[in-house]
Design a protein around this ligand. Structure first.
Ligand code: AOF
Ligand code: ZN
Length: 350
């Protein structure tokens, strides 16, 4: 019970790093002596000190001698490698902390159990797996990226009560199915993504900006598919306010804010895109449409979460919403009075 209480606090602390730690994971640490918390810390930002370092630093001079009799709780296995910062396992050993309680293992190939081993080899008591699911859930983007060598993929769309995402049209603006308040949520999701993707038709017909406006945070890199480079330069995606990557089959000179990346359109595109995004260290990808692109992700089993905003509007006819087939879990969430279906796949999806 005690162990869970302190691990819960680690998770709570870790969340303070939201949006600032990627591509590093959010991590929290708590140091406890005889039922009293003497130190706390979290990983604030990629490139800066790790959670354990901040927790140890936070211990007062007076309490420092107590480290030798304390337990350090940390939501992720302490690192064993020299990255941008020195190994946390070494620091814990140096500070003579005798007991380490860990939430989950680090899937990063440079660590992957070596941190735990280092601590054990130094004769420390190590407990692994306290609130493991919760700790893994906290860093699910980081785990997917490191174990599947691809970004964590979120698919999102809004659909009418009768299952359409838009009217069938060749021009004009799209039907707005979301409310201004739920649009804010969509922007929050963008702010939490490293990359955002749309297909050619969506880019052309909806002319989206794909920027973060109704929320605080960084803009994700915009990615658009444009096999034959037919999209007009007047689109918002090419406004050069934010970086855009064009996935194309054609050679094109690079521009300041626009990079053209060559793909083999004769072969399946999504695996190539996944490899590319992995190489670019993009840990999270948000796919915003349209139906055809979303459906190809669904059909390839390439998704980790789906958010569908269920509008109460009836369209009668139009572009059918993507279809989710196979096993998945759906939780209904209500935000600002609007229903969302939140899907997660069974564990064995690619
Ligand atoms: C920890 N505690 O708080 C975090 C860890 O380049 P660096 O030095 O920042 O190392 C990044 C890697 O360290 C990252 O990929 C992950 O394996 C681990 N993150 N480890 O002990 C922390 N953020
Ligand atoms: Zn570390």
């Amino acid at each position: 019970m005690e162990e869970r209480k302190y691990m819960q606090r680690c998770i709570q602390l870790a969340r303070n790093g939201l949006c600032n730690t990627p591509p590093n994971p959010m991590v929290g640490a708590v140091i406890v002596h005889n039922g009293r918390i003497i130190g706390e810390g979290y990983h604030v930002r990629c490139g800066e000190a790790h959670a354990e370092v901040n927790a140890i630093r936070s211990v007062s001079e007076q309490d420092k001698p107590l480290l030798k009799e304390s337990t350090i709780y940390v939501s992720l296995e302490p690192c064993s490698h020299q990255g941008k910062t020195p190994p946390c396992a070494d620091l814990i050993i140096k500070k003579q902390i005798p007991r380490i309680v860990i939430g989950c293992r680090d899937p990063f190939s440079e660590v992957a159990g070596r941190g735990i081993q280092k601590l054990k080899d130094a004769g420390r008591e190590v407990i692994v797996g306290v609130m493991e699911n919760e700790c893994q859930q906290l860093i699910r983007h980081f785990i997917t990226f490191n174990t599947k060598q691809r970004p964590y993929i979120t698919l999102k769309w809004a659909e009418s009560a009768d299952g359409f995402i838009d009217l069938i049209r060749t021009a004009g603006t799209p039907v707005i199915l979301s409310s201004p308040l739920t649009a804010m949520l969509a922007h929050k999701r963008r702010a939490e993504s490293a990359a955002i993707l749309v297909g050619t038709r969506t880019a052309l017909l909806d002319n989206p900006s794909l920027t973060v406006r109704n929320w605080y945070g960084e803009n994700p890199v915009r990615i658009v598919l444009d096999r034959s480079l037919t999209l007009p330069p007047s689109l918002h995606l090419f406004d050069e306010k934010v970086s855009t990557i064009v996935c194309t089959a054609q050679q094109h000179p690079q521009k300041h804010f626009i990079s053209y990346s060559i793909f083999d359109y004769k072969k399946p595109l999504l695996p190539q895109l996944m490899t590319y995004l992995y190489q670019q260290k993009k840990q999270t990808l948000l796919v915003e449409g349209g139906t055809q692109l979303l459906q190809s992700f669904l059909d390839s089993g390439l998704w980790d979460e789906i958010y569908i905003e269920k509008s109460s509007m009836q369209l009668g006819s139009g572009v059918k919403a993507p279809q989710i087939s196979g096993e998945s879990t759906c939780l209904i969430e209500k935000h600002f009075g609007v229903h969302f279906c939140h899907y997660t796949p069974p564990k064995n999806v690619k």
